[in-house]
Design a binder for this molecule. Structure first.
Ligand code: CUA
Length: 338
């Protein structure tokens, strides 16, 4: 890897945090759902008790060391009474340790059990992890209400959301620290996770299980919205793609659908039905490209289409030979898909 490439990779690694705008949007210490509050409480109980124990152990150790270093100190021989008192103290401390460990185990068990208990009338979202992006499908008993998106998950506040988690290739882990604990996505096995967001906000999530070369570039965004905002977003996502509004966009659509893009990507209503890559029906409404790699801007999208391997080495997206003119048309078309 040459110096320029290395610097580029470092900048890309830092980009998601910059994109998130604020450290608070990816932090277990800023819980924004009932489940995350429970986990944060558990964290503070563990931290407080363990810190207290550590301070007591170190204080006892220092006291003994200082006593032994005193020049006038002579080895003492315990009498029977002192010996039995020491034995009682040691037994008490062992029993206290056992009690603390049992309480920790119970606290951890009941808190994590709460994370998989489905709430009443949950919104069902199927999230499928793939190298290195997230397919997001909003489930419904009515097939006309089902739609797909990628890497950006909108949820309503105040309503339980149950995520059904699977993977297509290797094990990934779904984790938006402000909202939930980690849960693995395993090929051939379905896990689930439920949460209820407290208040509107944007929270960054990240794959938390090493899953290959671009593991660190497998981010997602959870957008918690008021029920009315969520409903409006959902209705917009259910619509087919907007038709081209200019000659340039029409050319972009033609190149996309007739060229190799449609082999992997779906644009509903435009005749593109590929399933191996992200659904791009409303691509222009998303804030990032390539699972949180870059902000969704026309110039970033053009750079991404021009050479995906340069920006995210190992990604499945191939380099498609296109003239600048044709690439510009595809960018204009995709960015208009709000
Ligand atoms: Cu997917 Cu790490």
């Amino acid at each position: 890897m040459n110096a320029r490439r290395f610097a580029q990779q470092i900048a890309l690694a830092a980009a998601p945090a910059l994109l998130a705008g604020c450290v608070d949007s990816q932090s277990v210490l800023n819980p924004q759902s009932g489940e995350a509050h429970d986990l944060a409480r558990l964290f503070w109980i563990f931290t407080t008790v363990c810190s207290l124990v550590w301070v007591l152990v170190v204080a006892a150790l220092l006291t003994l060391l200082l006593r032994r270093r005193r020049p006038d100190s002579t080895p003492e021989t315990d009498n029977l009474e002192q010996q039995s008192r020491k034995t009682a103290v040691v037994a008490g401390l062992v029993a206290l340790t056992a009690v603390i460990l049992v309480l920790f185990t119970l606290g951890s068990f009941y808190t994590t059990r709460g994370l998989i208990a489905p709430g009443p009338h949950p919104l069902l979202i199927k999230v499928t992890g793939a190298q290195w992006w997230w397919q997001v499908e909003y489930e419904d008993s009515d097939p006309t209400q089902v739609f797909s998106t990628a890497n950006e998950i909108h949820i309503p506040v105040g309503r339980p959301v149950t995520f059904d988690l699977e993977a297509t290739d290797v094990i990934h882990s779904f984790w938006a620290p402000n909202l939930m604990g980690k849960q693995d996505l395993i090929p051939g096995h379905r896990n689930s996770l439920t949460l209820t967001a407290d208040k509107p906000g944007e929270y960054r999530g990240q794959c938390a299980e090493f899953c290959g070369l671009q593991h660190s570039h497998m981010a997602f965004l959870v957008v918690a919205q008021t029920p009315a905002e969520f409903w409006a977003w959902r209705q917009a996502q259910l619509k087919p793609a907007a038709p081209p509004a200019s000659g340039q966009q029409a050319l972009g659509q033609h190149l996309f659908v007739e060229g190799s893009c449609a082999t992997c990507h779906t644009i509903s209503g435009a005749g593109a039905g590929g399933k191996t890559g992200p659904d791009l029906t409303h691509f222009g409404s998303r804030s990032t490209i390539a699972a949180g790699l870059m902000a969704n801007t026309p110039s970033n999208l053009a750079a991404w289409i021009k050479d995906p391997q340069e920006l995210k080495p190992g990604v499945n997206m191939p380099q498609v030979p296109l003239s600048d003119h044709d690439r510009g048309a595809i960018v204009a078309y995709l960015e208009a898909l709000k």
